[in-house]
Design a protein around this ligand. Sequence first.
Ligand code: 5GP
Length: 183
Amino acid sequence: MTELKILISRAQIAARVAAMGAEITHDFSGESVIFVGVLKGAAIFLSDLARQVQLDATFDFIGVSSYGNRPSPTQELQHGWDSTGEVRLTKDVDQSMRDKNVILVEDILDTGLTLTYLKRILLAHQPKSFRIAALLDKPARRKQPIEADYLGFSIPDEFVVGYGLDYAERYRNLPDICVLPRS
Ligand code: 5GP
């Protein structure tokens, strides 16, 4: 496997995820929460974050894909995920979120199209509260006005892989977050 440049090391991720977990524990003291992970990229982040939260917690997962054809890996690398526009649901949550404290867990907030769409779907369940936990944010690429309530790191407009994030399904198991060169 080619050597990729590390943008955020596993030690930096661990420290930041622990701090995010402590913040969530503090904010929801005495309550239960449901973590809703966005497949597949958020799976590793969710499993680490949830173990840093000292609350009664359950998990659920939701799946999305870009509408029509997902861009080819090369297009995705060059132009991001918004090149085909809308997103669609490929897997809904398994349970009602009504009157629950929902924490939507996403790997990266880019244009904001995905989280805007998922927020609308989950708010329709009428949860008690709704928060977004995102590991990464690329604010320079935002097209929808949406922000994370709990954020790991703001990063520049680079295509990143590792710690759950893929390129054509590869690299998800890298322990660090790395930059994939665009050319
Ligand atoms: P948004 O809808 O906010 O534009 O995009 C969010 C989704 O785009 C993420 O869940 C992720 O699948 C994908 N994405 C955006 N930027 C990157 C990136 O730098 N690397 C990878 N691997 N996926 C990205």
